[in-house]
Design a protein around this ligand. Structure first.
Ligand code: RB5
Length: 144
């Protein structure tokens, strides 16, 4: 998969930790930044990642800020984006099974690297259940 990844300064360390593992899983990464722990404004990275996903230039996105909250609020403004803020494996799995989440948001100041990696592995390896969950998604974003 093509995976767009972005963070602000609060998520930078976790983004850098996860990147080699995601590449090892066989995914192609597009890193939109940030590229240091200097303070940046998370809506910029949220926009960059979600534009790539929304326009079909990435299959999935990962966004990390301090809490994951700002990223998830910003990401869900973009058409076609179903961003899920997850803090443990159960919600990461269910965000795929029931919500067909195409963007995973995490908090770099909330979730440790080991747990975040297990969440990412689970998120990439879990399919959407479809069925009644597709009907519900169609109520949010009616098909054209
Ligand atoms: C930055 O200090 C912090 O506000 C940001 O990373 C994020 O947690 C916002 O939701």
């Amino acid at each position: 998969m093509q995976v767009a990844i972005g963070s602000d300064h609060g998520g930078y360390a976790l983004k850098e930790y996860l990147k080699p593992y995601i590449a090892e899983m066989g995914h192609e990464l597009i890193d939109v930044g940030c590229f240091s722990e200097d303070s940046v404004d998370y809506p910029e990275q949220a926009r960059a990642v979600t534009e790539l996903v929304s326009q079909g230039n990435a299959d999935r996105g990962i966004l990390i800020c301090g809490t994951g909250i700002g990223m998830s609020i910003a990401a869900n403004r973009m058409p076609g984006i179903r961003a899920a803020l997850c803090h443990e494996i159960f919600t990461a799995v269910m965000s795929r099974r029931h919500n067909d989440a195409n963007v995973l948001c995490m908090g770099g100041r909330v979730t440790g690297p080991g747990l975040a990696l297990e969440m990412v592995k689970a998120w990439f390896s879990t399919d959407f259940d479809g069925g009644r969950h597709q009907r519900r998604l169609n109520m949010i974003d009616p098909p054209e």
